[in-house]
Write a protein that binds this ligand. Structure first.
Ligand code: 3HC
Ligand code: NAI
Length: 681
């Protein structure tokens, strides 16, 4: 059966697409849509057309799997032109998401109606592209430049109500009767002059030419390093200066090099990698999911509070247990403050803040966790304390409850021995700030039950996280790889390379911050004690001197009251002194060598992680580093990047710098793939 079918509702032709899962605009859909418009054109009894989709969504865009392949019988532009040229009003009836090519089809229609839960957007920049079927030319003509610039450069969709406010949607209709309401709307416009997006000028006439540079300046930090958003700005500017037909050609000329470029390949890789990360190879699809309606958190510190917010925001009642009143009060106050800050920025209403806070039950009594379906522990990073907590939970929690730990490094198999139900124990490693960072490392311990794992993956999606599965080892996937970079960062200091230089090399590469900026933010004293302080290590000496990072106004850098960072003369002098003492002559390393020294060992560690089966697949590591550690997404993540550099180059680099890496063990997998000329993506 064709993916496009038509039926009549009186004088209205209803065109329906059924191309699961997301009604991507594959060749068959394009052909069917084109044929349906011809049907309407050729039949005098048809007075109007409604285009809608079956299944969970309106067209969610071009079929990404077709990129780079021949177009087939008809491309998307001629289909949209045919819709726009149809002498009878064509109404897009939108539910789910109208994204990319899907929104471009809707923009080609003369009218758009949508249910309130629908979202509309041009997410192409997230794939390293710009809209390629007239979206950059029609959208500003319909909504104006001010609304079109953020939509085309961020790729974030907007809600139907907002779309109605800016004129993108003509009417909101009932969730339960989309087709009937769309048909009624279509009937109401029969015989009226048809708005044609491509020939409108009302919203773009008189656009201030300065608006584009102002937008670039205001968004410079967010857009840094990405090619596509700049092309999108150019394309929208073109829409204000050239007739539609010329603009469409210029959009095409901007689109093609992006499609062939490295950034888009990297971002498309990540799109599919994120979806693959959800799949656990040895977990049967029909694994039962455990019901989770009530959540417990232990520890109201940095992580406990942030983790709690994820669940409160998603509407789960949360019981948060502490050992003493003061940290509990502090934790609750921080959660409130965070919500109120978000509300002050207009991203939450006062009612939403109160609703979330109303779901929170602070407590000093572990017994209050008895009826929770999922309990997440976020107490101090000490095995004895964690085991004590899990022993208590074992005696209190109901059978079937998931007992999770947020540990960063500790052996979860050992933590599980504190219970008589190791199958219930799992790692749910959130990233700081836990209410913001999208990454969740789900650590599967030796005895974790299949349902506990499957439910954890589902919960991750419910609270908007991207989950990656890891096995148990020191630091799991993420922190274990980071340790390799950290070790080289410190080695570079001992060679007299100053923190600001090291950090700059990584921020130039695209990380939001370098290792020493990150240490200052997290606190240098994590894992440091006076008793165990090592006077041969720069970091330890800084801790001894009270330079604990941003929280004390000084760490590797000095900080002003407004957190402005400047290199510290004291620290830099100390580093040079240590470098000299350590016998390392200050080498004038190139930026390239610094980058290789920092990143190649991470790739090697990642390959060891793959060899040991700690990660399921290389692309999971890419997803984790992009969402958890700020690895620039336009390079595709560490494994994709390593493949573009060439695995043989990575091996040669590791061998070249071998003397800088005590106990370096080059991964056999890496060497093998390099020798065969293979890549990870
Ligand atoms: N093409 C091909 N496959 C797609 C697709 C697309 N545009 N969008 C989603 N899929 C596939 C996914 O890979 C996944 O496959 P899998 O089950 O085999 O892993 C399946 O559809 C379901 O996707 P999700 O798991 O993402 O489903 P959700 O319900 O969570 O999300 C969605 C649905 C919001 C539509 C999300 O899939 C999405 O954001 N899709 C991409 C939308 C997009 O980027 N569109 C623009 C494409 S570029 C374009 O249109 C160019 C044009 O300007 C010419
Ligand atoms: P924190 O020190 O901010 O908070 C820990 C809280 O646990 C404190 O409020 C403390 O009073 C409470 N607590 C300690 N023992 C307790 C007990 N027996 N019963 C109840 N409450 C108890 O620590 P943070 O940073 O939140 O870390 C918590 C866990 O999260 C650690 O395992 C850490 O390794 C992990 N983690 C930390 C990250 C970070 O960036 N801070 C990132 C990811 C994981």
């Amino acid at each position: 059966m064709s993916v496009i079918t038509t039926h009549r509702d009186g004088e209205v032709l209803v065109v329906v697409s059924d191309n699961p899962p997301v009604n991507a605009l594959s060749a068959g859909v394009r052909e069917g849509l084109y044929a349906a418009i011809q049907e309407a054109n050729g039949d005098d009894t048809i007075k109007a057309v409604v285009v809608r989709c079956d299944g969970r969504t309106f067209f969610a865009g071009a079929d990404i799997t077709e990129f780079g392949k021949p177009t087939g019988a008809i491309g998307l532009n001629p289909v949209i032109d045919a819709i726009e040229d149809c002498p009878k009003p064509v109404v897009a009836a939108i539910h789910g998401t109208a994204l990319g090519g899907g929104l471009e089809v809707a923009l080609g229609c003369h009218y758009r109606v949508a249910v309130p839960s629908a979202k509309l957007g041009l997410p192409e920049v997230k794939l390293g592209l710009i809209p390629g079927a007239g979206g950059t030319q029609r959208l500003p003509r319909v909504v104006g430049v001010e609304a079109a610039l953020p939509m085309t450069t961020s790729g974030d969709p907007i809600l139907a109500r907002q779309a109605e406010a800016i004129g993108l949607v003509d009417k909101l209709v009932s969730e339960d009767s989309l087709e009937a309401d769309a048909v009624a709307f279509a009937r109401s416009v029969i015989g009226k002059p048809q708005p044609v997006s491509s020939s409108r000028t009302d919203k773009i006439a008189g656009t201030d030419p300065g608006v584009f540079d102002a937008f670039r300046k205001a968004n410079a930090r967010k857009l840094k390093g990405f090619d596509a958003p700049e092309a999108a700005i150019k394309a929208v500017e073109i829409a204000t200066r050239y007739p539609f037909a010329e603009g469409l050609q210029m959009e095409h000329d901007l689109f093609q090099p992006l499609l062939a470029g490295r950034q888009s390949a990297a971002l498309r890789h990540l799109f599919f990698a994120e979806r693959a990360a959800n799949k656990i190879d040895d977990l049967p699809k029909d694994t039962p999911i455990l019901p989770v309606t009530k959540v417990g958190i232990i520890g109201a510190g940095t992580m406990g509070g942030g983790i709690a917010m994820n669940f409160l925001s998603a509407g789960f009642p949360v019981t948060m247990v502490e050992r003493e009143q003061a940290p509990l009060d502090r934790g609750v106050a921080t959660i409130r403050k965070n919500y109120e800050n978000t509300a002050a920025k207009g991203r939450l209403t006062a009612e939403q803040v109160e609703k979330a806070m109303g779901l929170l039950t602070p407590s000093l009594n572990f017994e209050d966790l008895a009826d929770c379906d999922l309990v997440i522990e976020a107490v101090f990073e000490r095995m004895d304390i964690k085991k004590d907590v899990f022993g208590k939970l074992d005696g209190i929690c109901k059978p079937g409850a998931i007992l999770a730990t947020n540990t960063s490094y500790l052996d979860i198999n050992e933590i599980a021995t504190a219970t008589k139900r190791p199958e219930a124990v799992i790692g749910l490693h959130f990233f700081s700030p836990a209410n913001v960072m999208r990454m969740l490392e789900v650590v599967r311990a030796a005895k974790t039950g299949p349902s506990v794992l499957a439910t954890s993956m589902k919960i991750a999606k419910t609270i908007g996280k991207v989950a990656v599965v890891a096995g148990v080892c020191h630091g799991f996937i993420g922190n274990r790889m980071l340790a390799a970079r950290q070790q080289q960062g410190e080695a570079l200091l001992m060679e007299g390379i100053l923190p600001a230089r090291v950090d700059k090399v990584l921020t130039d590469f695209g990380f939001p911050m370098g290792p020493f900026q990150m240490s200052d933010l997290a606190g240098l004293d994590i894992g440091w004690t006076k008793e165990t302080s090592d006077p041969t290590r720069v970091r330890d000496v800084l801790c001894e001197r009270g330079r604990l990072g941003q929280k004390t106004g000084k760490g590797f850098y000095d900080y002003a009251a407004d957190r402005t960072r400047t290199p510290s003369e004291e620290v830099d002098a100390l580093i040079l002194e240590y470098a000299e003492k350590s016998g390392h002559k200050r080498d004038d390393l190139s930026d390239e060598e610094i980058l290789e020294r920092l990143l190649y060992p991470m790739i090697n560690e990642a390959c060891l992680i793959l060899e040991e089966g700690i990660a399921q697949r290389a692309s999971d590591i890419d997803v984790m580093y992009v969402h958890g550690y700020g690895w620039p997404s336009y390079t595709g993540g560490p494994m994709f990047w390593a493949s573009t550099v060439g695995l043989d180059t990575i091996v040669a680099g590791l061998e070249k710098y071998a003397d800088k890496w005590p106990d370096l063990k080059i991964s056999a997998l890496l060497k093998d793939k390099a020798a065969k000329g293979e890549a990870f993506a």
